[in-house]
Design a protein around this ligand. Sequence first.
Ligand code: KG4
Ligand code: ZN
Length: 342
Amino acid sequence: MRLYAGTVALVLGIETSCDETAAAVVDEEFHIHSSVVESSINLHRAFGGVVPELAGRAHVATIAPVVRRALEDAGLDSSAPALTGIAVTSGPGLIGSLLVGLSTAKALALAWDLPFVGVNHLEGHLFAPLLETNELAWPVMTLLVSGGHSLIVLQRGPGQHEVLGETIDDAAGEAYDKVARWLGLAYPGGPEIDRLAQEGSPDALTLPVSMIGEDFDLSFSGLKTAVVRATQLRPDVAVADVAASFQGALCEQLLRKLRQALERYEVEGVALAGGVAANSMLRGGVRQLAREFGLVAHLPTLAMCTDNAAMIAAAGLYRLATSGPSELDLSARPNWRLAEVS
Ligand code: KG4
Ligand code: ZN
């Protein structure tokens, strides 16, 4: 996808919304010139979840070296890089974390006299599949599931999205992490439960598949509570069986809702995005739905599913070309919803 005419546009992306400090350089055709991701996850493991203050402090320590490495990996002069602009996640996310990336981006934009643009983190996730394939089969139905968010989004083109449904309580990844913690598994719990589920029986526990009506909203907190109750009543059930039963119920809800959306809206492609898109059962289910509905399945690699700055640079390239740069007094928006992005 070409966004600019003339010289090749090159954007530095910066991402610090949660526990990843990331910087990347991407060009207007969405080729990744460099992508650096440093995670502070080891600091949070003992607490079973991200501790905002620790995450913020880690960003302060890491951001400058990460940006420098991204510029050098891209073959750019890190003191005066030949860039077209700077894109940074300005929301949603942890306020203390967002402010580190946003302040860094503004300082660099001022120093290098470059336009900068604040990007919605969720819109960034929607651009991730475009970094691995030349074109998506538009319109695309996307299931965006991460530790902080769970949405079903109809995308008519890059940057043209309609949120059909969202979680009304926990995010899918949050449910994975909370159940894993209950089971005494390491943080983050998603990959652990996914691995254990391969060895367990999904029929070991009968768990509810919350469908909350005909619309596309999602809900996971009831399932989480049901797992706690079921394991209290039957402490003899093996952890692998609990993992398989939980994963089966959670993925069934996601896949049923996605199926309903595919039945309602005519699309050419179906995509997964966000950290939970790494899940084996979900990937298999989306491939199956794509076969059934005759659609192209866009399943980004793990590195593109989880938080990174290349996806922020890609969304930033689009936003710079279509909406123009942000003002230097732009604020961080910790609760910025995708539905509010236009
Ligand atoms: O997108 P992401 O890296 O960060 C957020 O923006 O939230 O997603 C992280 C989430 C965590 O909750 C983690 O447990 C979950 O993605 N996750 C998985 C798997 N791999 C990561 N959940 C289920 N199955 C997996 N294989
Ligand atoms: Zn994310």
